[in-house]
Design a protein around this ligand. Structure first.
Ligand SMILES: [Zn+2]
Length: 192
């Protein structure tokens, strides 16, 4: 604005006239009488009467949107870097716990039927979480399918058989197969 002039627009009076004809903050609109004598608004080349008001409103709206956008961005950043944010697996665990608690609370059939809507929506939420989790893990390359596990297991046992005698081999094979069964069971539970 007119930083170097002592004659400035008056925020209280939008229809104050410019102090001189060549004032840099003079409204640029003209009519039959010549150029308008009012001050332009802060973000427009026109005075309130000649459209400056609209520009001010648009500017205020844009400022508000920018402010909201920045706030939103900050929240997303905060959310994605916060180590306390639950992982999908944590959410699955919590949802399962909730479901179990509800099922334990409603022991008799009438109660269960009365709350079937809640139970059903809980199961659906759980189902969705499991699918999301699997999708995410698959995208991250964390999910080995059963065939791949089987193949890996065979390869490991073949390598070991080159170094171990038959008794040792049997013991190792049992332990390895047990460990793999535990992983696969965990997967099946997640699949369920
Ligand atoms: Zn004007």
């Amino acid at each position: 604005m007119s930083g170097d002039y002592d004659d400035k627009p008056d925020p209280e009076n939008p229809f104050k006239r410019v102090s001189r004809d060549d004032h840099p903050d003079r409204c640029q609109a003209s009519d039959t009488q010549g150029q308008c004598h009012f001050y332009r608004t802060e973000h427009s080349i026109h005075c309130i009467k000649h459209g400056g008001q609209m520009t001010e409103k648009a500017h205020a709206k844009e400022q508000l949107e920018q402010y909201r956008l920045q706030k939103y961005k900050a929240r997303v950043k905060d959310f994605s870097t916060n180590p306390k944010v639950l992982t999908l697996r944590d959410e699955i665990g919590i949802t399962r716990m909730l479901l179990e608690t509800k099922l334990n609370r409603w022991q008799d059939d009438d109660e269960l039927i009365a709350h079937s809507g809640v139970i059903l929506s809980n199961i659906q939420a759980l189902h969705k979480l499991v699918i999301d989790c699997k999708k995410l893990e698959s995208q991250m390359g964390m999910l080995l399918d059963r065939g791949a596990i089987q193949k890996l297991c065979d390869d490991i046992l073949n390598i070991m058989s080159q170094f171990l005698d038959e008794d040792e081999m049997t013991q190792v094979a049992n332990l390895v197969l047990g460990a793999i069964a535990a992983v696969t069971t965990a997967r099946v539970e997640l699949d369920a």
